[in-house]
Design a protein around this ligand. Structure first.
Ligand SMILES: [Zn+2]
Ligand SMILES: [Zn+2]
Length: 309
């Protein structure tokens, strides 16, 4: 709760006029207890979980296979609307029960690490720098936790649930055993614990991290995805391979970037797989080449144009 009775008092404490965003935040949070502001996180998470995968789910369910297959990473696997709904209901229930319960008891930890709710709001630069740190910290810690989850007992008892979808969909991004959902909260919280931020940045971090997980589990690889501009970003194809191999996967453990797998040598299987695919595609092209030479209308047109010349 902001400790100022009026906007004028808040501006006097800031020593300047409030920005538009700060005035809006003041109006919204002035009479809301900090605990309730923190609980917005679980509401936002459920809204993002419901809406973020929806466009690609509708695309897969409503568009004809010919249109979507070129962009599907595993085009032979097609889920029905009932299977999409089952995934959504199961995952939403686990999320609500685990993240919701965690939300109720973790507030003291959030206070202890210094997540603030007052004014001033962070600048765009400050929030962006903090988010970059959170992504890097989470990626590194998640990498090692994920490797641990691929060992015998951990896989059979816990991580097996996340790998139920060998061809993942956006709604399966947080589909996991409740213990895994709780466990993976630690790397996500480590960044804000190391570099404390404003509650708005804190909520934005969880929203962005979830959207990223939906993207990497989408099962689609589009040539125009803007995430391709992010350096070392793994993306859907990278994580899809991890699900495709499943239980015995020793590749692509990192959640966001590719450098941990590169540094620790756990991308060899994936690189071998990519090299094999490229070789097979080259071979196919070579086999088709004479066909093109004999029948290519452009070649024939060019030759007749050269004769005329
Ligand atoms: Zn895994
Ligand atoms: Zn996954």
């Amino acid at each position: 709760m902001i400790p100022y009775a009026s906007a004028a008092e808040a501006e006097a404490a800031l020593g300047r006029a409030m920005s538009w965003w700060e005035a809006a935040w003041f109006r919204y949070s002035a009479s809301t207890p900090d605990y309730c502001l923190y609980c917005h996180n679980v509401v936002l998470l459920m809204v993002v979980y419901t809406l973020a995968p929806l466009p690609l789910a509708l695309l897969e369910l409503c568009c004809c296979t010919k249109l979507t297959s070129p962009y599907k990473l595993q085009p032979r696997v097609r889920l029905s609307a009932a299977e999409f709904l089952r995934c959504y209901r199961q995952t939403a229930r686990v999320l609500l029960l685990t993240v919701g319960a965690l939300q109720l008891v973790s507030y003291p930890a959030v206070r202890a690490v210094g997540i603030r709710t007052g004014l001033p709001l962070p600048s765009v630069g400050e929030a962006a720098a903090q988010l970059v740190v959170y992504f890097l910290v989470e990626d590194y810690l998640n990498y090692w936790l994920h490797r641990l989850l691929h060992t015998g007992w951990c896989y059979d008892a816990i991580h097996r649930v996340h790998h139920e979808y060998a061809a993942p969909i956006g709604y399966a991004a947080p589909h996991a055993h409740w213990a895994e959902v709780l466990l993976l909260g630690l790397p996500a919280f480590a960044g804000p614990a190391l570099v404390p931020c404003h509650i708005t940045t804190f909520c934005l971090w969880f929203v962005l991290r979830h959207i990223e997980a939906v993207d990497t589990h989408s099962g689609f690889a589009f040539p125009f995805n803007p995430t391709a501009l992010i350096p070392f970003y793994g993306g859907a194809e990278y994580h899809d391979y991890h699900h495709y191999v499943g239980r015995h996967s020793q590749s692509n453990f990192a959640s966001v970037f590719t450098f941990c797998d590169y540094i620790y040598g756990t991308d060899k299987g994936y690189r071998y797989h990519k090299a094999n695919l490229a070789e097979a595609a080259n071979k196919q092209m070579k086999e088709m080449a004479p066909l093109y030479d004999d029948n290519d209308d452009d070649t024939a047109a060019l030759n007749s144009w050269k004769k005329q010349d």
